[in-house]
Design a binder for this molecule. Sequence first.
Ligand code: ADP
Length: 320
Amino acid sequence: IKSIAILTSGGDAPGMNPAIRAAGKVALSKGIDLYGIKRGYLGMLNDEIFRMDGRDLSGIIDRGGTTLLTARCPEFKDPKIRAIAAENLKKRGIEGLVVIGGDGSFHGADLLFKEHGIKVVGIPGTIDNDIIGTDYTIGFDTCLNTILDAITKIRDTATSHERTILVEVMGRDAGDLALYATLAGGGDGLMIPEQENPIDVLAYQIAQRRKNGKLHDIVLVAEGVGSAIEIAEELKKKVHTDIRPVVLAHIQRGGNPSGFDRILATKMGAKAVEILDAGKSGVMIGMEGNKLVTHPISHAWEGERRLSQEDYDLALTLSK
Ligand code: ADP
């Protein structure tokens, strides 16, 4: 392949920069012309496309967010809009595209390939870990560690004041962040969208814990279940402890990528360019069983979502 472009799209995630760096460096090492696209599909549409060289890739491995910037571009669902964007690549001779983002971004990439023959590879970049076809998405590990750091701080107050604190974490429709934050952070309760979460059961558990002499609780609430503020109000009607909601919000998206995320991003970024250079297209990269794998890009939304029942059961056992 002679020329490729890289873009980041959807919500930013720590580790997008090391993915850009690895993809870019591998492309340059193969003598491939390298372009960056600013603001995802919005920049592709508005022709914000620039030649990248080594200077654009240095000093970014440890930076959170994305140096290519990201944006939403709802117009991209319109085929006429995609045609304009594709033309902006073609007029520069750009044949391949590395898309770092979530399954929405993968949809856009799939259509660019099918309609305009642009060779595309998707790299899963989102804190939510909600992409089918990979055990981990880039950004999940860093985000999990940010949540754990917050839990450690919140627990000091929960313990000192003998409170029940509901910690609302991100994840969109996925409970992965809440589940693994419960397991790793020693959570005392868990509400995730993949399971039924009867408030009466939570109220009963908290009451039982008080009887057993446990005087505080940290309960993880995935945003896909609902608002921790509203759930706290409901819970107050059912159990008489001092209940407070904490919404972690956007601190979860920021920060330097963890070592795990940097390595995942680096391997996936490099692999993306190797795939394009081998003439392949229409695939997403995943990490399954500690091995890099590829799937047709549509696997991201057509495959079956998995959340480990075993891990959920363990979290429940340990949170009693
Ligand atoms: P994510 O990639 O994290 O899932 P979004 O769902 O916001 O984030 O998608 C990011 C961008 O991808 C959208 O703003 C839009 O430009 C593009 N996109 C999403 N869904 C589609 C679709 N069905 N067809 C074409 N483009 C899409």
